[in-house]
Design a protein around this ligand. Structure first.
Ligand code: XMP
Length: 326
């Protein structure tokens, strides 16, 4: 019968049989899907699996550390971390168009991943055979959506850092293909992954690059990271993590408004809060976050984040507004 325990047992047996003694690679994004898929494959083939985590510098505060430390500590998975922050910033310099940003992040991610794969093969020395299998955290809704031709794929080029194009010449292992998100979380819990990973809210592959409206720079990323950390802290403290689907925090980097802070006039940037409720991200409603929580967030951001003098709330449903601003 259909329990997550059985799903795990079946998948593990299946993967063992398919992979034999070959090597397997998996791109970790920090998100739930790739984390659970990798943990499942690790259960089946142990050290034949190596995960690659590309730190593109577009992550939120603490996310890279979470993958580097917590995930490895709880799974024992072999992990190769590639620091590609400078490369991504360089490629994104001067770019303001949302689709352009998405394409650049996608392209650079694949370049970095392929280089990491070549390194892994070289490191294995004379025993270095090509890596035959690639793990993908594809879920059932992904399968349906890409085959179903709903047309939504044309709205934005979704770039999932957990996923790679198939022309990379791997055989794919997709152990979550029959599962919905809540089932994936169940599998993750049963495999002993930390709750902080299992209950993570969705986060887009292009990361903070599409939450800075305007050019992406190191300084702006820094500023947005601080504001985002405050929002997550206050949302968690208010116990809203599971009732809210996600809350993008957006920096309007090219907009300035006049404010008064401390002793004088300021001319700073607005931060937009975009808390939404949703079942599947296809449609969404703006979340009715309690006023006192919003108030704490606003006070803290304007006090603690230099150059931000205004916090605004996005009260648009999807449609017409998408969840992310770009
Ligand atoms: P939108 O903005 O299209 O977002 O309403 C719907 C959901 O998808 C996430 N999102 C992405 N996820 N790669 C991803 O893996 C992407 O390029 C991407 N763009 C948006 C978004 O955070 C929301 O959960």
């Amino acid at each position: 019968d259909w329990t997550m325990g059985n799903v795990i047992a079946d998948q593990v047996a299946d993967i063992k049989q398919r992979v034999g003694t070959k090597r397997v690679i998996c791109g970790l994004s920090g998100g739930v899907d790739s984390a659970v898929a990798a943990a499942l494959v690790h259960e089946a083939v142990g050290d034949q699996l190596t995960c690659v985590f590309v730190d593109h510098g577009l992550l939120r505060d603490g996310e890279a550390e979470q993958v580097e430390k917590d995930y490895v500590a709880s799974t024992g998975i072999k992990l190769k971390v590639v620091d590609a922050q400078e490369q991504f910033l360089r490629e994104l310099a001067g770019v303001t168009d949302p689709e352009q940003k998405r394409k650049i992040v996608g392209r650079e991610f694949i370049r970095t991943f392929e280089a990491a794969e070549r390194e892994l093969i070289a490191e294995a020395g004379e025993h270095g055979e090509t890596i035959e299998f690639l793990v993908q955290g594809t879920l059932y809704p992904d399968v349906v959506e890409s085959g179903g031709g709903t047309g939504t794929a044309n709205i934005k080029s979704h770039h999932n850092v957990g996923g790679l194009p198939e022309d990379l010449q791997f055989s794919l292992i997709e152990p979550l293909r029959t599962l919905f998100k809540d089932e994936v979380r169940q599998v993750g819990l049963e495999l002993g992954l930390p709750e902080a990973i299992v209950w993570r809210q969705p986060f887009p592959g292009p990361g903070l690059s599409i939450r800075i409206i305007g050019e992406v720079t190191a300084e702006r990323l820094d500023l947005l990271r601080q504001a985002d950390a405050i929002v997550r802290e206050e949302m968690s403290a208010a116990g809203l993590d599971r009732s809210i689907w996600q809350c993008p925090v957006v920096l309007l980097a090219d907009v300035r408004s006049v404010g008064v802070q401390g002793d004088g006039r300021t001319y700073g940037h607005p931060i937009v809060l975009r808390p939404v409720t949703s079942e599947d991200a296809m449609t969404a409603d703006w979340a009715r976050v309690p006023f006192d929580v919003l108030s704490r967030i606003s006070t803290r951001i304007t006090n603690e984040v230099a150059e931000v003098n205004r916090v605004v709330l996005d009260v648009t449903s999807k449609p017409p507004g998408t969840i992310e601003w770009e």
